[in-house]
Write a protein that binds this ligand. Structure first.
Ligand code: UGA
Length: 470
């Protein structure tokens, strides 16, 4: 952020700091009314979690199909533990969904913005149009004092700009405050991460807004979750820096895995040994096909873009390397598949285990597994994909691949099998039973999940990223 926008943000902060607490909360009159805008992975989980914490919640989205599904008790994506809680709170009457954003704005005391910030089609920048549209709709349609809380992942400096936008849109006589409270939930663990977060970051809050958010998060705070109260740019940056650090950790171990391969060392053993150092830690040191999904790739690119705009060129260069190493892993796995098939995959049958970008989700956004499967298909291989949960979402994105409904079906008659997503059921698959189903038992483990000794003993030719040859 430059000085001019910083002072603009500070001025707006002062102007908005007089904004009142929602009246009900201030007067201790009943639970807060919480409106949540956007009902994707973040918003749907947040809305359900807010109901679980005891609030009256209205989830609002422009997507009629999503709203209909949620209102009927069906989560429109796979997220362990979310369906029963959704059903529970539709039944308690605390949780409702609507496409009427205008009424949600008039109804709520606290308005959480949880809409997406995808990567722009033409650059690495984040597309902020959904965030801007949500903030404008809320501000324009307020009928009482309110608190707008941004949770979406945004480039640093966005919240300050939004403050000016909402201040210009709010009806006269209504006072509002806009703060930032980034979300750190992981897909597959979203419910637990939301109800029991590692930390709560509150950016740009007045004392009254902080009190309201402490009321919202009273449950997790009572459990000991630390609260970090800071300014807007720091809150925005905490989020993207966390994702950038995780991405860097993955690319670090993937870079080291190339050294391991060249030197005949085993990167999985190395990672375990590194992880015993509490300063390093074992998590996010799994070498393999690299990171994908709707967050890490686009967040590091948006940070790269913003760092460049701000003149922080070294940070940008570091993230560029992280991205390059990550994308290079997909090439490495393709090369391994070609090598396993004797120099060409043309007309070879390849079984791909995994389509989701990681286990415990059906999300295939920027999935490294599907990327590799599609690239093999383009090189003339006959590719059959199996994923325990992401078969349908994968088929919608890549209808030209063929899909199996079991591991056995995917490996049937294959010249090579690739393990591309780290689902537990692939790690525990019965190598002895699978071997005779193949044309030739060859496996490429691109996630470091299989036990090479067990698979080799079952007659498989085994190749693993960063693992020594037999
Ligand atoms: C990530 C962050 O972990 C969350 O804290 C954050 O809130 C979220 O983005 C977000 O911004 O909304 P998520 O995208 O659900 O969460 O996925 P991760 O669990 O971080 O995994 C990302 C990718 O890294 C996956 O493709 C996974 O296979 C890969 N990965 C992970 C590795 O390749 N190696 C590892 O050791 C760990």
């Amino acid at each position: 952020m430059n000085d001019a926008s910083l002072s603009a943000a500070t001025m707006s902060a002062e102007g908005l700091a007089s904004a009142g607490l929602p009246a009900e909360a201030a007067a201790g009159r009943g639970p807060l009314k919480i409106a949540v805008y956007g009902t994707g992975y973040l918003g749907a989980t947040h809305a359900v979690a807010m109901a679980e914490l005891g609030f009256e919640v209205l989830g609002a989205d422009v997507d009629q199909a999503k709203v209909d599904a949620l209102a009927a008790g069906k989560v429109p994506f796979f997220e362990p533990g979310l369906d029963p809680l959704l059903e529970k709170h539709l039944a308690t009457g605390r949780l409702r969904f609507t496409t009427d954003l205008t009424s949600a704005a008039a109804w709520g005391d606290v308005h959480f913005i949880c809409v997406g910030t995808p990567q722009m089609k033409t650059s690495h920048a984040a597309n902020l149009s959904y965030v801007e549209s949500a903030a404008t709709t809320i501000a324009k349609n307020l009928t009482k004092d309110a608190l707008i809380v941004g949770k979406s992942t945004v480039p640093v400096g966005t919240a300050a700009r939004l403050r000016e936008l909402v201040a210009a849109q709010a009806p006269a006589g209504v006072s509002l405050e806009l703060v930032w409270n980034p979300e750190f939930l992981r897909e597959g663990k979203a419910v637990d991460d939301t109800l029991h977060p590692d930390r709560i970051v509150l950016g740009g809050t007045s004392e009254r807004a902080e009190a309201t958010l402490r009321e919202v998060y009273a449950g997790p705070i009572a459990e000991g979750t630390p609260v970090v109260v800071t300014d807007l740019p720091t809150a925005e940056l905490v989020k993207v820096s966390a994702n950038a650090f995780l991405a860097t950790k993955i690319s670090f171990i993937n870079a080291i895995s190339t050294v391991c391969e060249a030197a005949g060392a085993d990167v999985t053993v190395l990672a375990d040994a590194l992880g015993h150092d509490v300063r390093i830690g074992r998590q996010f040191l799994n070498a393999g096909l690299g990171f994908g999904g709707g967050c890490l790739p686009k967040d590091i690119r948006a940070l790269m873009h913003r760092a460049n705009e701000l003149g922080a060129y070294r940070a940008s260069a570091l993230l560029q390397q992280v991205d390059e190493i990550n994308m290079g892993q997909r090439e490495r796995v393709l090369d391994m598949a070609v090598e396993a098939c004797g120099g060409s995959v043309l007309n070879r049958r390849i079984g791909v285990l995994g389509a989701a970008f990681k286990p415990d989700t059906d999300d295939v956004r920027d999935s490294p597994a599907l990327n590799v499967a599609a690239a093999l298909h383009l090189r003339g291989a006959q590719v059959t994909v199996f994923d325990p949960e992401a078969g349908d979402t994968a088929r919608r994105s890549f209808p030209t691949l063929s899909y199996a409904t079991s591991i056995e079906e995917a490996v049937e008659g294959t010249d090579a099998v690739l393990v591309l997503t780290e689902w537990d059921q692939f790690a525990t698959a019965d190598a002895d039973k699978l071997a005779p189903l193949t044309a030739t038992p060859r496996v490429v483990d691109a996630r470091g999940k299989l036990d090479p000794a067990r698979w080799r003993a079952a007659g498989w030719e085994f190749a693993g990223l960063g693992r020594p040859a037999a």
